[in-house]
Design a protein around this ligand. Structure first.
Ligand code: WTA
Length: 632
């Protein structure tokens, strides 16, 4: 909350949107190109939607994230790895990183992985996960990292959709003292997928896992057989770099495709500018590599900038809520980037966990993934940062590749709960249902009017779905799925999703996905899922189910239904509430009126316009079912 003016920001922003091509041509120089580009923006949101940046340039991401720093600062720490068990850590210099990535890349080549092949990673948060990602980048393989909390069923779907015949995993992961079966889940996923694939396995915990001589390869068996030099593949800027799956409001999760050049320019530039990163500082992003935040701001952005990035294997509030501050103090963390859900849970645990910790090394704080409530913002600002450290409330998405709306170091004063300003070159707008821009202060749908280098290019194997999802509602603009409003100062406030996507602890779930998991159970005839406010998670999943004849609403069945979602999607998607109801509020055309369900859960008396409801008696029956609900 300093009193700096925004002159620097305003001037640069104006230039970035007035002379976009020139601005991005200049910005692209921050990374090393093998063959320079002659043009920056080749995108068009019209017609077939083509997004292209730096198209005739060539480069290699691993050269940019590893080699160019290893050449000049070989001993500088690239990754600080902090293990789940306290006291265990590893510091990996840029030269160590170079050798490890090269070895890993040689292993992949030796196993037959080629440029363009899709490689699925199902990995714990260990350095070899980063080596694997960078090794793919080195040889031009396209990685698809699947968060290690997803179930075998979800993993199978992603392996099949990506047509991936090569999987990298570990025996087990470790989180909060618990062991997470990874190899076992991969085995199960490949049984479900019925796919012929090779599995490269990292020995991490040494746990007992099954091993197929025909299909599986232990990394340590081949590690010593390859060298530490590995020629990198010359990639076109628009060659696919990675696929990352995310949930939308309809259908199965979609594999967003990010390409090589523009993504790296945007990830590295936003990382440096938003956090005002200074060489030598230790930067800690708590996201898992299974999410876009882990890709852009744990691995690629910071490493492209030659930063020291801290990678933590465990859970920041375990074994106690002091763990996170102990790590900050022990490693002199300057920048901490985390999620509102963690901040709320730390706040709920009480200030006593901050006592005895210094946090003096912190210079800047960041949040991402969901709206941050002003109370949690203030706690983060006043208690964690001792009212010294600015907070970057960064708004972005898997689709955007990097941050689009955020405070920048000179856009102060900050406002608790506001994502503030568009990043350079970004032109947001807020529109109503008809696509017309709304007046200042009015809430509407957030969209972006022009492309930027980090934007996802397509949905793997389904460009029609990409166009339909993001570009059909308002032609010529990218529709984000979020609601927002703009205040008198032109600052943006993000409200959250306005489509059928629920954000639980910063993780996206489509209500349709959860509903189809529920109806896959023989007891369930129909299901409707909504997101409801939750004090720690932001939102939680609340499910209504109609049972088939012959099934009894009891605790055993409710537990089975939750288990069904766990098996189908993963532990992170388990709903807090499942309530059996005799019917659902529907319109004459059969559409479920979720708006009414939300109001009923919130115990609101005014249900709004119910004139389109087919059977109003259902309201009283749902109220009765809700009054009997005793779940958390
Ligand atoms: C939400 C995560 C409010 C938003 C990088 C978006 C936010 C979705 C913020 C994307 C923020 C992310 N304030 N909401 N600062 N950051 N969101 O794809 O609803 O996992 O659409 O990407 O998270 O989630 P995703």
């Amino acid at each position: 909350m300093s009193t700096n003016s925004s002159v620097g920001y305003n001037e640069e922003y104006a230039r970035s949107v007035a002379e976009t091509e020139k601005y991005w041509q200049e910005a692209g120089k921050r990374i090393d190109w093998i063959r320079p580009y002659s043009k920056a923006d080749g995108s068009s949101y019209a017609g077939n939607v083509q997004i292209k940046w730096y198209e005739d340039g060539t480069l290699n991401v691993a050269n940019n994230c590893v080699d160019r720093h290893a050449r000049v600062r070989p001993d500088a720490p690239a990754i600080i790895w902090v293990a789940d068990s306290e006291g265990e850590s590893l510091v990996i210099s840029y030269e160590d990183l170079r050798k490890n990535v090269n070895r890993f890349a040689n292993v992949l080549r030796m196993q037959g992985v080629k440029k363009g092949d899709r490689v699925t990673l199902y990995m714990p948060m260990i350095p070899k996960a980063a080596y694997a990602m960078l090794a793919c980048a080195r040889i031009g393989a396209v990685h698809s990292v699947v968060f290690a909390g997803f179930s075998a069923e979800s993993l199978a779907n992603r392996i099949v959709d990506a047509e991936s015949h090569f999987i990298i995993t570990a025996d087990e992961g470790r989180r909060g003292g618990k062991r997470i079966p990874l190899k076992e889940t991969v085995d199960e996923a490949l049984r479900i997928a019925r796919m012929d694939a090779k599995v490269l396995v990292v020995k991490h915990t040494g746990g007992d896992v099954s091993f197929s001589e025909r299909r599986d390869v232990w990394l340590h068996d081949v590690w010593g057989t390859v060298g530490t030099e590995c020629e990198s593949e010359e990639m076109s800027a628009e060659d696919p770099f990675f696929i990352l799956y995310t949930s939308g409001s309809t259908g199965k999760p979609k594999g967003l495709v990010h390409t090589t050049g523009g993504y790296l320019v945007y990830a590295s530039m936003t990382h440096e500018r938003i956090f005002a990163y200074q060489p030598g500082e230790v930067y800690w992003c708590t996201a898992d590599i299974g999410w876009i935040t882990g890709h852009s701001y744990l691995v690629y952005g910071p490493l492209a900038n030659g930063a020291t990035t801290l990678m933590f294997e465990g859970v920041p509030n375990q074994p106690t809520p002091k763990r996170i501050w102990d790590i900050v103090d022990e490693w002199n963390v300057s920048v901490l980037y985390t999620a509102p859900t963690l901040i709320r849970s730390l706040m709920a645990a009480g200030d006593r966990w901050l006592e005895g910790t210094s946090r003096k090394s912190l210079r800047m704080l960041g949040t991402v993934g969901e709206p941050i409530n002003p109370e949690a913002w203030r706690w983060y600002y006043e208690k964690v940062g001792d009212s010294r450290c600015p907070i970057a409330d960064t708004w972005w998405q898997t689709e955007t590749g990097g941050v689009l709306i955020t405070p920048l170091p000179d856009t102060a004063p900050l406002k608790p709960g506001a994502a503030m300003k568009p990043f350079f070159g970004i032109i947001p707008d807020i529109v109503d249902e008809n696509g017309e821009s709304v007046p200042q202060g009015t809430q509407g749908r957030l969209l972006i009017r022009r492309s930027w280098p980090g934007q996802a290019r397509t949905i793997h194997g389904d460009h029609a779905r990409f166009m339909e999802t993001y570009f059909s509602a308002v032609p010529g603009a990218y529709l984000t799925g979020d609601g927002a409003h703009r205040d008198v100062d032109g600052d943006y406030w993000i409200i959250g999703r306005v489509d059928d996507v629920v954000n639980v602890s910063g993780h996206r779930f489509g209500t349709a996905e959860i509903e189809s998991a529920l109806v896959a159970h023989p007891a369930v005839a129909e299901a409707a899922v909504i997101g409801v406010p939750h004090p720690i998670k932001g939102q939680s999943l609340f499910c209504f189910v109609i049972l088939r004849d012959g099934y009894q609403d009891d605790e055993g069945l409710i537990a089975q239904l939750k288990q069904q979602v766990r098996a189908d999607i993963g532990a992170i998607a388990v709903p807090d509430d499942v309530v059996c109801v005799p019917g659902l509020p529907k319109t004459r055309s059969g559409k479920i009126m979720r708006r009414i369900l939300r109001k009923l859960v919130a115990r609101e008396d005014d249900l709004g316009d119910v004139s389109t409801l087919v059977d109003p008696r259902i309201i009283e029956e749902i109220k009765t079912a809700l009054s009997l609900n005793r779940q958390v």
